[in-house]
Design a binder for this molecule. Sequence first.
Ligand SMILES: [Zn+2]
Length: 237
Amino acid sequence: MVKEASIMVPFLYGFDHCLDAAHSMLHLTVQHPKLEHLLCVPCVSLQNSNAMRSETPDHAPYEKRVAAILLELGIPASYGSDSGVPLQREATDLLSVGADIYGRDQRLTPEVAARWQAMQAAAAQQGVSLLLVSAFRSVEYQRQIWERKLAAGESVAQILRVSAPPGYSEHHTGRAIDLTASGCDPLTEAFEGTPEFAWLAAHAGTFDFSMPYSRGNRYGFIYEPWHWSANETILGS
Ligand SMILES: [Zn+2]
């Protein structure tokens, strides 16, 4: 008991007015070694939690949000480490790149938007028409995709083959695009046989785009010849 008291006493000041202007009521105040002024217990707790927040990486809340969604959807919490698929940050700075083939406005990060438009223009100059199917997708949007598929009776394992879990889609980053060609069913392997794919295979690297989900890719995703993403390291994003 004596030991406990000696730990507590230096921090405990007594009942007084908290010096935080927001508080006029009497509170149990404490003298915290890292604080200059007396503050009430709730204020100290708040300041401590703010200090802790600034010391932890700013992606921690994002990781927690993603973890909660994985739990909700029945996706193993170990998905990232098991699959090797990295957690993908959700872009906030986004620029419209116009409508996709369905007429929906699509967005990419400003830098990737410029690269995509330059690539599309270069292809067009050579008579190749690259059509956009999808670009940025939010974590919430991805969650809705998953909910629809689960509601339709698909298993988690089945969905994982074709859809990254919320938080793990490259489309969250605003640097991934799904492309198709005229006369080609979107998001099918048939894209591989089009002149548009042949053009991408030859020229996309010039614009710093690559195709991460090749046949037998290490992430366990199906072959996605339509999915192209701007190189992250060169862009420094
Ligand atoms: Zn994609």
